[in-house]
Each structure stands twice: as structure tokens, then as C-alpha cells.
Design a protein around this ligand. Structure first.
Ligand SMILES: Cc1ncc(COP(=O)(O)O)c(C=O)c1O
Length: 210
């Protein structure tokens, strides 16, 4: 038998990163301090988004958004059938029903025609997932959700749902920071976009933003 050791995502940590960590540990801030705010600002600028909020993981980011929107028992959330468990778990935690739709054969992203068929008056959120950094066309999805006949099916049960007045598009972009849609970086197309900075996620922004 041949045994092989294949390292799983060996971290690439430069001295600059180590220095930043030491600097933070010596700064008196160990949670949401000035470096977190700086990071949020840089992500906002990088994506051309309105605002960024850092939390501990993409999993928590998805769940906090579902809870902020008031998703719970009796509601439905549409997700792709092919994704990481976190996309579904966070919906399950809220008590809402997970509605899985099929994916495309070319990019493994959720199929927008299947999404349209799965929308019911109980649908509160759609979570498109950008598999392997290939973004879903959330512009097309939002345009569809804004059509009068689709909007009128939406029944708001919280203040935030009332304000939006339609199904929320919460992009699970855990795989895709830096990806582009119509030549522009994602992060501003969906209603909310959630990124992951877990060690296995590809992250190589251009030098000017580092
Ligand atoms: C599609 C998808 N969504 C969410 C997550 C969760 O990311 P995190 O580990 O930052 O919670 C992952 C992680 O692998 C993922 O692949």
C-alpha cells in the first residue's frame, strides 16, 4: 500500500501578517477594534458596496441576515441543491423550510428558471451560491422579483420585509470574493453578499488593495 500525505490548504503566512497580529495583540483591542473597521472599509471600497459588516464566519453572516430579515417557521428559503452545508444549516436554524432547486450543468449554480417555479407566497429569501467563484446573475433575479406580479405575491411579516417589499436576495459568495459580474466586482449586486475568509477560500486581491 502506498500512503501519501496531501496537505489540506497549508497556510501561506507572510512576516507582514505575523507583524500585524502581534501589533493587534499589543494594541489593547482584541475584538472589534480599529483594524476590523479598516478591513470593513477596504472591503466596501474593493467591492463598491454601500457598507460592510465583519462577523466571525460566512455561516454566521448568512444566519444573522436571515434573522435580521425575520425569517422563521412557516417561511420558505430557496437554495441550490449543490452547495456547502452552511447554506442549508443556517436556514434550518431559523425554523424555515429549505426549498432546494436544481443547478445548471455548466457552472453548478442555481438555475434561475427553476427558482422562478419554486417561488411561493411563503418565500422570504433566495440564497444563490457562486460555486467556485462563478457569480450568479443576481441582477436578473432581482429584476424578476421586482416585477409587479411577483412582488404582489410577497407577504411581509416584519418591518424589514415591509421595507424591502419583495423576496430578499442573500448571496452566498463564500467562494467568490473578487469575482466579477458584467466587469464589476460582486458585493453590490445582491441585496446582501456574504464572503468567507476561511483558510481554504481563494483570496488574492491585487496589490493596490493590500
Ligand atoms: C458555499 C459556502 N457557503 C458558506 C460557507 C461557510 O463559510 P465559513 O467557513 O466562513 O463559515 C462555505 C465554506 O466552505 C461554503 O463553501
Amino acid at each position: 500500500m502506498i500512503s501519501m500525505k496531501i496537505p489540506f490548504s497549508p497556510p501561506h503566512i507572510k512576516q507582514e501578517a505575523i507583524d500585524e497580529v502581534v501589533d493587534t495583540l499589543q494594541s489593547g483591542w482584541i475584538t472589534t477594534g480599529p483594524k476590523t473597521k479598516l478591513f470593513e472599509q477596504r472591503i466596501t471600497d474593493y467591492c463598491g458596496a454601500k457598507k460592510t459588516l465583519c462577523v466571525n464566519s460566512a455561516t454566521f453572516g448568512l444566519e444573522i441576515c436571515l434573522r435580521w430579515f425575520g425569517v422563521g417557521a412557516g417561511d420558505e428559503v430557496i437554495i441550490p441543491a449543490y452547495t456547502y452545508t452552511a447554506t442549508a444549516n443556517t436556514v434550518a436554524h431559523t425554523g424555515a423550510k429549505i426549498v432546494m432547486v436544481d443547478v445548471n450543468m455548466n457552472d453548478f449554480n442555481l438555475n434561475l428558471e427553476e427558482v422562478k417555479k419554486a417561488i411561493t407566497p411563503k418565500t422570504k429569501v433566495i440564497i444563490p451560491v457562486d460555486i467556485a467563484g462563478l457569480p450568479v446573475d443576481t441582477n436578473e433575479l432581482i429584476s424578476y422579483l421586482e416585477r409587479d406580479e411577483i412582488r404582489s405575491q410577497f407577504s411581509a411579516s416584519t418591518e424589514n420585509q415591509e421595507k424591502l417589499g419583495r423576496v430578499l436576495v442573500l448571496s452566498d459568495a463564500a467562494h467568490s470574493i473578487g469575482a466579477r459580474l458584467f466587469g464589476e466586482r460582486i458585493g453590490k449586486f445582491a441585496d446582501i453578499t456574504v464572503f468567507s475568509f476561511h483558510a481554504v477560500k481563494t483570496l488574492q486581491p491585487p496589490k493596490e488593495v493590500l
